[in-house]
Design a protein around this ligand. Structure first.
Ligand SMILES: Cc1ncc(C[n+]2csc(CCOP(=O)(O)OP(=O)(O)O)c2C)c(N)n1
Ligand SMILES: [Mg+2]
Length: 321
């Protein structure tokens, strides 16, 4: 299990480092919200998911997309705006989707996918009761009205959904304590009737175990669960670089998070040969994905008028049918 978790963590870290490196060339046509430092949240939670389970995320979604098994080539091509991308180059980094892998969508509009996730869970409750939904969002999203409304509905209908708040302490440049009168997000979930836990976002093994436990209840009709996961964004809010020079947070604040970096720590704990083997395979895979994106064509201009409305849509993924 540790080797698998390391592969997933290392793959996401290296993919995003490559995105940051290539970004200066302007080949990547999309804004990028990197999750470097936050990878373990998606990897830990997704380790407890089954193929029929689905996830919804946000514009900061590279880690979630890959952790749930989204296609790597289609992701990089999407960032390049190419026709082979996961939304044919129309969505970019903020709108990754791979329904066959259970990655049901992400949005640039803060909070929107919280309600989408609950709606999907409502459908699953009737059509595929052994599958669950996990909804990922930031601490800032909990200030949107849709968060409170969705928790209420999820409890009322006892929906099979796990809400995962990735609390990185900031919404763009504003810290949580300057935005929330009572900075206790779990208390708000509890007030709505949702059992909650505050978890360490660097403890990837612990996150997988706690997710397994919570989902055991969710899968058997126990209704929703809520996790507030403490984590930290190492890079700037949007873009490939760092932003400590802006002054809204001190560079020293990142120190303890870097020291506890689960990517490095898990790698250090593996036998050296196993670690280098995993890293070499991942490097090859990432290089191939960037080569695929480079070689892919841009969409034809006729594509501007397609995919605007969806006439028919089967809500179930292949794994759920
Ligand atoms: C409805 C809406 N309001 C405001 C914005 C502008 N905006 C983009 S990201 C963001 C911060 C959200 O912070 P958080 O939910 O904590 O996620 P993080 O970026 O930290 O992962 C804001 C306010 C938006 N995209 N959508
Ligand atoms: Mg945040």
């Amino acid at each position: 299990m540790r080797a698998q978790l390391y592969r997933s963590l290392y793959r996401i870290r290296r993919l995003e480092e490559e995105v940051a490196r290539v970004y200066a060339t302007d080949k990547i046509k999309s804004p990028v919200h990197l999750s470097i430092g936050q990878e373990a949240v998606s990897v830990g939670v997704c380790a407890a998911l089954r193929p029929q389970d689905v996830v919804f995320g946000t514009y900061r979604g590279h880690a979630l997309y890959l952790a749930k098994g989204g296609d790597l080539n289609a992701m990089v091509a999407e960032l390049y705006g190419k026709a082979t991308g996961c939304t044919k180059g129309k969505g970019g980094s903020m709108h990754l989707i791979d329904p066959e892998a259970g990655v049901m969508g992400m949005s640039a509009v803060v909070g929107t996918t919280i309600a989408n996730a609950a709606g999907y869970a409502y459908a699953l409750k009737h059509r595929r009761p052994d599958a669950v939904v996990v909804s990922f969002f930031g601490d800032g999203a909990t200030e949107e009205g849709v968060f409170a409304e969705t928790l209420n509905f999820a409890v009322l209908k006892q929906l099979p959904v796990l809400f995962v708040c990735e609390n990185n302490g900031y919404a763009i440049h504003t810290p949580q304590i300057r935005r929330q009168g009572k900075a206790d997000i779990c208390a708000r979930a509890e007030a709505a009737g949702v059992p909650s836990a505050r978890l360490n976002g660097n403890d990837v093994v612990g996150l997988a175990r706690r997710t397994e436990e919570a989902l055991a209840e969710v899968r058997t009709g126990g209704g929703p669960w809520f996790f507030e996961v403490a984590t930290y964004r190492w890079r700037e809010h949007v873009g490939p670089g760092e932003d400590y020079q802006l002054g809204y947070r001190a560079a020293a604040e990142c120190g303890p998070w870097v020291a506890a970096d689960p990517v490095r720590r898990l790698g250090d704990a593996l036998p050296a040969g196993e670690r280098t083997g995993i890293e070499a395979e991942v490097e090859t895979e990432i290089a191939a994905a960037f080569a695929f994106a480079e070689a892919s064509p841009f969409p034809d201009s006729a594509e501007l008028m397609t995919d605007i409305f969806k006439e028919e849509f089967d809500v179930l993924t292949a794994a759920q049918r």
